[in-house]
Design a protein around this ligand. Structure first.
Ligand code: PLP
Length: 375
């Protein structure tokens, strides 16, 4: 089986899983317990927090809060700070942000959605036009999960703060953390992370926060995570994430370069009579989005599955949505025919060159087969 849906989730690192195993079998205590066995786990959580944070941010200026997923991190940031005036985001956001913004609108906040450029990045000029003295919050994703565009969030944060220094700037970094060479600029206030996109487990996330920012709690209870996120910590999941990230960051640059070559190789091998490229070379090497124009991406997904090739059609979390077309693809200016044929091919460091070649062969085969049947 060839797995090309790594933007939806990645296979958890077995090495990290084995290393963290002791937190299930032996060190299973409650980290809030007062006896030494439990209390010692606070030290383990502290180590994990520091290791995960220091990979992308200055520990003197930022801190890390564990959450249950990227969606929770996004929601926590948005509902904590988009409370008055207007709040701005982009047309490219994952539903973890876009649905939260729809809820903000229901609550009477003036929400403003910045349009996208053809490559899927946000139109920065238009976004800045929305920023005024009443802007309380801006959220811009780091890497688009459908089309792979990379937003220069450090530069955008600086421009937003130059217009309104009181605006809180949040980044959905779920597809960026551990994949894109990057460090947070001081203008970024909050950055959301999810473990399962880089070899961690589902159900573990993080919210990076500028230290001087006071974050009201989203979940109230026992006061874990310094009162900002209550709930007994998932020590095993957190340690597995720490170890998976350690592996991932060690090879981040080499993976980036290799996957850039693989992405281009795959595109080079695809039949241009069938497929139109949507994601651009400037985007993340982890995602190649194409459209089999005139065909349905969803049908191709099932045909590929039958042949042992797993691909995506966009955000797994929106696969039940009523809307047939990806809003992001339409927001890039593509028409409905292109949006209908949209498929997302996404890689991980485990992707091999053989898989690229075999994957391309299968995509050409099923594409031709479906096109013939449609005639
Ligand atoms: N944001 C982006 C850009 C994503 O790609 C995803 C998951 O696909 C999420 C947020 C949600 O993350 P999680 O699955 O950890 O809730």
């Amino acid at each position: 089986m060839i797995y090309f849906d790594n933007a939806a989730t990645t296979k958890p690192s077995k090495t990290a899983f084995d290393r963290a195993g002791e937190y299930v079998t032996e060190k299973f205590y409650n980290p809030s317990a007062l006896y030494v066995e439990g209390y010692a786990l606070q030290g383990e959580l502290k180590k994990a927090r520091s290791a995960l944070l220091s990979k992308v941010a200055d520990e003197a200026a930022f801190e890390w809060i564990f959450t249950s997923c990227g969606t929770e991190s996004d929601n926590q940031a948005i509902f904590a700070f988009a409370r008055r005036g207007n709040a701005i985001t982009t047309a490219g956001e994952h539903s973890a942000v876009s649905a939260a913004f729809a809820e903000l609108k229901n609550r009477g906040i003036d929400t403003r959605i910045a349009p996208l450029n053809a490559d899927g990045s946000v139109n920065v000029e238009k976004l800045l036009d929305f920023v005024d003295e009443k802007t309380s919050f801006v959220s811009v994703m780091h890497v688009n999960n459908e089309i792979g565009a990379i937003n220069d969030v450090n530069a955008i944060a600086k421009l937003v703060k130059a217009k309104n220094p009181r605006t809180i700037f949040h980044v959905d970094g779920v597809q960026g953390y551990g994949k894109i060479p990057f460090r947070l600029a001081k203008e970024i206030d909050l950055y959301s992370v999810s473990a399962h996109k880089i070899g961690g487990l589902k159900g573990v996330g993080g919210l990076i926060k500028r230290k001087s920012l006071v974050l009201p709690p989203y979940i109230i209870g026992g006061g874990q995570e310094s009162g900002r996120r209550s709930g007994t910590e998932n020590v095993f999941g957190i340690k597995q994430f720490e170890y998976a990230a350690e592996e991932k960051f060690k090879t981040l640059k080499a993976d980036y370069e290799r996957l850039t070559k693989y992405r281009e190789k795959l595109w080079g091998l695809l039949d241009k009579e069938l497929y139109t490229r949507l994601s651009q070379e400037s985007g993340t090497p982890y995602i190649l989005s194409v459209s089999a124009r005139g065909l349905r991406g969803e049908v191709l997904l099932h045909m590929a599955d039958d042949k042992g090739l797993i691909i995506g059609t966009g955000s797994a979390c929106s696969s039940n949505a009523k809307n047939r077309y990806s809003k992001v693809i339409l927001a890039c200016g593509f028409d409905e025919k292109i949006a209908d044929g949209f498929i997302r091919i996404s890689f991980s460091p485990a992707t091999t060159e053989n898989e690229i070649e075999e994957g391309a062969r299968l995509l050409n085969e099923i594409g031709k087969d479906l096109a013939r049947r449609m005639k």
